[in-house]
Design a binder for this molecule. Structure first.
Ligand code: URA
Length: 242
């Protein structure tokens, strides 16, 4: 496939996903990737270096994490996956049943919705990095407690330091609370830029919440949050001139 065809396909997929998310009838398509001026990369370790650091961190996590090595109810850890030099990093809560079965983050129902959101942003899953606050599935899919997050969370913080994303999107309250050191509710947090160690951070609703409360208002809120992220990253926004 030529780069041109690849771009056109991506734009078509983005059109479909944006229309689905917004429930819109027609969304004008903008073809093209961000220019250097729109989204210049900062110099950093090479992707191979970062991958090696992530692999080492994963081994260390699996052997020593005070939460995951003592937790019960999971069959494997789910470290996270994606581009080691991703510009955009998503942080969720904890693996669920399907993630525990496969060892991959966000592959269940909530993950399918996250895939659509990523596609609507004009990106693909392998261009971003996806991780969680907890790396093992809590019994009964319980929401991570602050104490659990404090024990497993340092490995997530190290992942962020290795990847050095340009933007972090937290999905749901536990991730925002951990990275921002706050206990604020999602309703107050979402849609407003924050910072984690100098990295712009956009809190938004967790896709599982969106599935439970799939209202036009909530969909529009998440999409508005993601449009702010796209703007920050210099990604083309097909809905910008509507
Ligand atoms: N929910 C999360 O927060 N993370 C996953 O990996 C899957 C579902």
């Amino acid at each position: 496939m030529t780069a041109e065809t690849d771009r056109a396909r991506r734009a078509a997929r983005q059109f479909v996903e944006t229309s689905r998310l917004l429930g819109a009838d027609a969304v004008p398509v903008a073809v093209g990737s961000p220019t250097a001026e729109q989204g210049g990369r900062r110099p950093s370790d090479s992707p191979a270096d970062k991958q090696a650091l992530l692999d080492a961190l994963r081994r260390r996590h699996d052997s020593e994490c005070p939460h995951c090595t003592t937790a019960t109810g999971h069959t494997r850890t789910v470290f996270g996956e994606g581009a080691p030099d991703a510009r955009l990093m998503f942080v969720g809560e904890a693996p669920g049943a399907e993630e525990d079965r496969t060892g991959r983050p966000f592959v269940g129902r909530a993950g399918k919705l996250l895939d659509k959101i990523i596609e609507a942003m004009g990106l693909s899953r392998d261009e971003v990095y996806i991780a969680n606050v907890l790396k093992s599935r809590p019994p009964n899919n319980a929401t991570p407690t602050a104490a659990e997050a404090a024990r497993c969370g340092p490995y997530l913080l190290e992942q962020i330091r290795i990847i050095q994303p340009e933007v972090i999107v937290t999905l749901g309250k536990p991730a925002a609370n951990l990275l921002l050191g706050t206990n604020e509710a999602m309703g107050r947090l979402r849609g407003v830029w924050r910072q984690y160690e100098g990295v712009p951070l956009m809190p938004t609703y967790h896709p599982a919440f969106l599935l439970r409360s799939y209202t036009p208002e909530n969909r529009a809120r998440v999409w508005s949050d993601m449009r702010q992220v796209m703007q920050r990253l210099g990604l083309p926004d097909p809905a910008a001139d509507r």
